[in-house]
Design a binder for this molecule. Structure first.
Ligand SMILES: Cc1cc2nc3c(=O)[nH]c(=O)nc-3n(C[C@H](O)[C@H](O)[C@H](O)COP(=O)(O)OP(=O)(O)OC[C@H]3O[C@@H](n4cnc5c(N)ncnc54)[C@H](O)[C@@H]3O)c2cc1C
Length: 393
């Protein structure tokens, strides 16, 4: 029977629940609001399958990128609809190809209650809902059965998720028809913290939230993200993501993540995803200009299948090989787990008591943050980048 400190080490992938032959495992929320397994000892037959497949209990190689893995910068040729995607929308473009060939895709959406969950679909309209990073842990338990059915029907399925989710999917299914994309992930916040933050926004707006975009590019472009919350009464609230929005600030300060994120084993290419996609932070101002500040991705191509996948979208994207070292240098979460913030325990203790992120003394209350906020608003960082670019060329 699977038994370790679930609160500390479990990734919440629900694979043990899916694989249990006796339905002895259910997933339930722990005190911090993360899904963990609950085992019915009466039903358990000690077959040991859950231990064999658990992503936490598997030994893995060091977090590496192999010499054969290609690392590319990518941006779109056609910038229309660019606000839908977080960086350049590689998943969405691939998803369109799969769906238009009669195959399936799976990814994270907001459900009708703004809970992040994975769905499986072959409806082109759902691709837009999957696009965009939802900064909260997504529940993937429902997709295993659908993916199994699709693969048995000999159809292809493209799945995108966090590296730990992709690792679980790869343990669940071994099929030529399975195509996988892992996002670069520095950690996933608690669904409970998000739910309560969302409720507070709804109370203020006196309306139900219908969409949340944590990386809205419509105001200052990709490099200076805004959060944009949309409500049923057609009102909309936007804030500078990392300097004004308490939820995103706490996320950025690494206070909210699942405990397993701080020791994540699925860094580098350990998830075995065909490709890995993230933001190309720290890109040159030349690239920023070429992409019109509308989103640049960092792409790691890990398998032959990954190469085939990029080939499918080669007309829609510009892929550049020259930035491997810079991408790895600038994007720490590709190879390393996020650093544990010692204030995390206090944060969750306080949050359990008063259910309010804003009451927590975030470092945004410091003068440094306040100055940064003003500079962002004055478009200062953008201006400096442009001046440097002009100076160099
Ligand atoms: C919680 C989280 C933390 C991240 N941290 C980093 C980081 O530190 N550095 C970095 O470079 N990139 C990070 N990313 C990835 C980045 O935000 C973009 O998703 C990535 O660059 C791909 O962008 P895109 O425009 O190609 O695709 P997008 O249109 O943004 O969507 C890509 C896919 O992300 C998946 N997705 C969205 N939210 C979730 C979720 N909650 N759980 C699982 N899958 C999800 C969807 O299924 C979709 O298929 C993070 C994403 C998330 C969700």
């Amino acid at each position: 029977m699977i038994d370790f400190e679930f609160d500390k080490h479990c990734y919440g992938c629900s694979l043990c629940k899916y694989k249990c032959p006796k339905n002895a495992i259910e997933m339930a929320y722990n005190a911090e609001g993360f899904l963990i397994p609950v085992i019915d000892k009466e039903k358990c037959i000690e077959c040991g399958l859950c231990e064999k497949i658990c992503p936490h209990l598997n030994e893995l190689k060091n977090n590496t990128i192999n010499d054969e893995d290609e690392i590319l910068a990518a941006y779109r040729k056609d910038m229309r609809n660019y606000t839908k995607y977080t960086s350049s929308g590689i998943f969405s473009e691939l998803a369109k190809k799969f769906v238009s060939s009669g195959d399936f895709v799976a990814g994270c959406v907001w459900d009708e209650n703004m809970k992040a969950k994975h769905i499986v679909t072959n409806d082109i309209k759902n691709i837009e809902k999957i696009a965009g990073s939802k900064y909260v842990q997504s529940d993937i338990q429902e997709i295993y059965t659908s993916v199994d059915k699709i693969l048995k029907e000999n159809k292809k399925v493209l799945i995108c998720g966090t590296p730990c989710q992709i690792a679980a999917i790869k343990k669940a299914f071994n099929s030529e028809n399975l195509y996988t994309i892992a996002i670069v992930c520095h950690g996933t916040p608690s669904p409970k913290v998000w739910e309560i933050y969302k409720q507070k926004l709804e109370e203020k707006e006196k309306s139900k939230m219908i969409d949340a975009n944590f990386r809205y590019k419509g105001k200052y472009g990709w490099i200076t993200p805004y959060t944009k919350y949309d409500f049923k009464n057609k009102s909309s609230v936007s804030k500078l993501s990392f300097t004004e929005d308490a939820y995103v600030i706490a996320f950025g300060e690494d206070l909210l993540h699942r405990n397993s994120c701080y020791n994540c084993k699925y860094k580098g290419t350990n998830s075995n995803a065909d490709i890995i996609i993230g933001d190309y932070w720290g890109c040159s101002s030349k690239l920023l200009k070429k992409s019109h500040n509308k989103g640049i991705s960092a792409v790691i191509v890990h398998t032959e299948k990954g190469k085939e996948m990029l080939e499918l979208i080669s007309n829609e994207f510009v892929f550049i090989k020259d930035y491997k070292e810079n991408i790895l240098k600038e994007n720490n979460p590709i190879l390393n787990p996020v650093k544990y913030n010692p204030k995390r325990e206090v944060f969750y203790e306080e949050f359990k008591r008063n259910n309010d992120i804003e009451k927590f003394n975030l470092s945004t209350n410091t003068l440094k943050y306040k100055i940064k906020k003003v500079l962002y608003k004055l478009y200062f960082f953008e201006l400096i980048k442009r001046i440097i670019y002009k100076f160099k060329h």
